[in-house]
Design a protein around this ligand. Structure first.
Ligand SMILES: *Cc1c(COP(=O)(O)O)cnc(C)c1O
Length: 429
């Protein structure tokens, strides 16, 4: 397998792009080696610049839930292209998009389109602050909410300490307004809220975490958070950028039966185009400009081509609930194959799965928060990753990411994935 062209492109890229990539997660820093440059993708497969094929287990970090280059989406976009790429004025597709989102995610009564998940979460907390008149926000260790300053806060050493910035360039002032607690630790949330009574505008969380690897909420956790938010008059924001339209038509909130006050969306919502959205209760959303005092805007927001791709994707998912049944079935098939291999080899590793999201953690501990996720042996993960890649399976290049299964994964491809897993795990014994 030659990867010569990718190597050359990477050398060239590094001259004019910091680190050679436009998003750091694409670099292979955590697993060694250089990133592959992708030329095209179709269905379940990615093809690199040297023409090698890989089964795609990330699907652009979520969006390509129906596999790559779906014919329906291509047709819809092709039809829209001659009508110009941007109007900077309202158009019908934005109305249809908003209606469909509100229908699929019933907790959303009004919604505003933006251009990325980062924009959605940044706007959502500004709105929560404007609505409540309070300053602090609460996030969980290991949850990722895009690269807005307020979210780049390291896990505090103790639950009542203030956050400290995780990135250079984030001021201590911003960090001080972000409180953090371990995921699944309701008692920590309670005591932090007690210590900051009257100052917390919002709790934001991934209702199922994908960004420390796949981590599920424990029984009662989401319900407990909902109750605390009601009691303390704190806006509950579910960041469903990853889980929205993936774990169910209505996201994790539908699956777990918990209703947040606000929801942030991204990834699948654009069908591969740069789209995000935030929405929720009418009463809160009416605080957004031009109706209300919270300013938020976007030159390309609601872009007609992006709306076309996203709308086509969401309409398909809305009309085909069997998509989720299939994803559940094929993902469970893959995961049970992996578990069988682990058992046969006597390896004590942990697999977390829900719907079409899963992670194999190289630890024997139950993974329920960032601390337990970090007990994983990342050197073992790196070897596993490289072995999978050599067998033509493209995983997320980090232990702390969830994988995403698409409907393009057939049973035959699933068997290939299971077989490659067994080979790769074999080398670790
Ligand atoms: C990917 C992600 C974001 C950020 O979205 P971008 O489009 O990359 O800005 C925010 N929240 C969650 C949960 C995500 O997975």
């Amino acid at each position: 397998m030659s990867i010569e062209k990718s190597q050359l492109l990477f050398e060239q890229a590094k001259k004019h792009i910091p680190g050679g990539v436009n998003s750091p997660v694409r670099a292979f820093k955590a697993v060694g080696g250089n990133p592959l440059f992708i030329q095209l993708a179709k269905g379940a497969y990615l093809y690199d610049a040297d023409g090698n094929a890989y089964v795609d287990m990330i699907n652009s970090w979520g969006p390509m839930i129906l596999g790559h280059a779906r014919q329906e989406v291509i047709e819809a976009v092709r039809e829209a292209l001659p009508h110009s790429f941007s109007f900077g004025a309202p158009s019908e597709k934005e109305v249809q998009m908003a209606e469909l989102i509100c229908q699929m995610v019933p907790s959303i009564e009004k919604v505003r389109m933006v251009n990325s998940g980062t924009e959605a979460t940044m706007s959502a907390i500004r709105l929560a602050r404007g609505y409540t008149g309070k300053n602090k926000i609460f996030k969980f260790e290991g949850c990722y909410h895009g690269h807005g300053d307020s979210f780049l806060i390291a896990a505090g050493s103790g639950v009542v300490t203030m956050g400290s910035p995780d990135s250079a360039g984030v001021t201590q002032g911003v960090a001080n307004a972000t409180l953090t607690a371990p995921y699944n630790d309701l008692a920590a949330v309670q005591s932090l809220l007690d210590a900051n009574r009257g100052h917390v505008a919002a709790i934001i969380l991934e209702p199922v975490v994908g960004n420390m690897g796949c981590v599920l909420p424990e029984e009662g956790f989401l319900k407990g958070i909902r109750a605390l938010c009601d009691q303390e008059k704190v806006v509950l924001i579910f960041d469903e950028v990853m889980t929205g339209f993936r774990l169910a038509k209505g996201g994790a909130q539908e699956r777990f039966g918990i209703t947040p006050d606000m929801t942030t969306l991204g990834k699948i919502i654009g069908g591969g185009m740069p789209v995000g959205a935030y929405g929720g209760k009418k009463e809160i959303m009416d605080f957004v400009s031009p109706l209300g005092p919270v300013y938020q805007a976007g030159t390309l927001s609601g872009n007609p081509i992006a709306m076309t791709a996203g709308l086509c994707m969401l309409r398909y998912l809305n009309a085909h609930p069997e998509t989720y049944t299939y994803l559940e079935k094929i993902s469970s098939y893959i995961v049970s194959g992996i578990k069988d291999s682990l058992q046969a080899l006597g390896l004590p590793f942990t697999v977390n799965q829900i719907g079409s999201m899963y992670s194999l953690f190289f630890t024997d501990q139950k993974v329920k928060d960032f601390a337990t996720a970090k007990t994983s042996d990342i050197h073992k993960f790196a070897r596993y990753f490289q072995s999978m890649l050599h067998q033509g399976i493209y995983l997320a290049p980090s232990q702390f990411e969830s994988l995403f299964i698409s409907t393009a994964i057939t049973e035959e491809i699933a068997d290939k994935i299971i077989e490659a897993n067994q080979q790769s795990l074999n080398q670790l014994v």
